[in-house]
Design a protein around this ligand. Structure first.
Ligand code: PRP
Length: 190
């Protein structure tokens, strides 16, 4: 793991698990008796999806999309493209998009537009994290785990130079390391 002075814990594993359980209960109540399809956005949304679905008591299917907007930078490039599309059609289905984070909103805006065009019965969004201060496009968020400030965060699905997605907590990289390469970060770690 990184040295303690490189990053700070923003949301603990316990806080995440408690909130994910709450969201699962809320979603279960809202979709009671309905067909439900969860669409997770790779790669960041994977840990959230697998924990969340274990708290959703309504029978549900899952599918995956991969959309890239950040590349390997700590700052968004604004570029959105499909890396992997869904396996199946979604027309007539109740679709819930599961994301790790909504930042500028560009990715979610794009996703909502292309998925709405496929005529689902309903389309909602569940994101673990939201950075309201960064929003460039006003996207409707139906379920939000945590509103967070504008810091570079990683852990629980989110990466720091593609590493640390496995960590059970959300950490914030200290600003003095935003420009550091992976090699520089790892050389400074134990
Ligand atoms: C992250 C995140 C969202 C997007 C949000 O993905 O998972 O999809 O950025 O940013 P936006 O609101 O500014 O569009 P990223 O491109 O980092 O890919 P990853 O999940 O594979 O790490």
């Amino acid at each position: 793991m990184l040295r303690d002075d490189m990053a700070d814990t923003m949301i603990t594993a316990q806080e995440i698990q408690a909130r994910v359980a709450e969201l699962g209960q809320q979603i279960s109540a809202d979709y009671a008796g309905q067909d439900l399809l969860l669409i997770a956005v790779l790669k960041g949304g994977v840990l959230f999806l697998t924990d969340l679905m274990r708290h959703i008591s309504v029978p549900h299917a899952i599918d995956f999309m991969a959309i890239s907007s950040y590349g390997h930078s700590t700052e968004t490039t604004g570029v959105v493209r499909i890396l992997k599309d869904l396996d199946d059609p979604i027309d007539g289905r109740n679709v819930l998009i599961v994301e790790d984070i909504v930042d500028t909103g560009r990715t979610m805006d794009y996703l909502l537009r292309i998925l709405n065009a496929r005529r689902p019965a309903s389309l909602r969004v569940c994101t673990l994290l939201s950075k309201p201060s960064r929003r460039e496009l006003d996207v409707p968020l139906d379920y939000v785990g945590f509103d967070i400030p504008n810091e570079f965060v990683f852990g629980y699905g989110l990466d720091l130079r593609e590493l640390y997605r496995d960590q059970p907590f959300i950490a914030a990289l200290r600003p003095e390391y935003y420009g550091a390469s992976l090699q520089e970060l790892l050389e400074g770690s134990e």
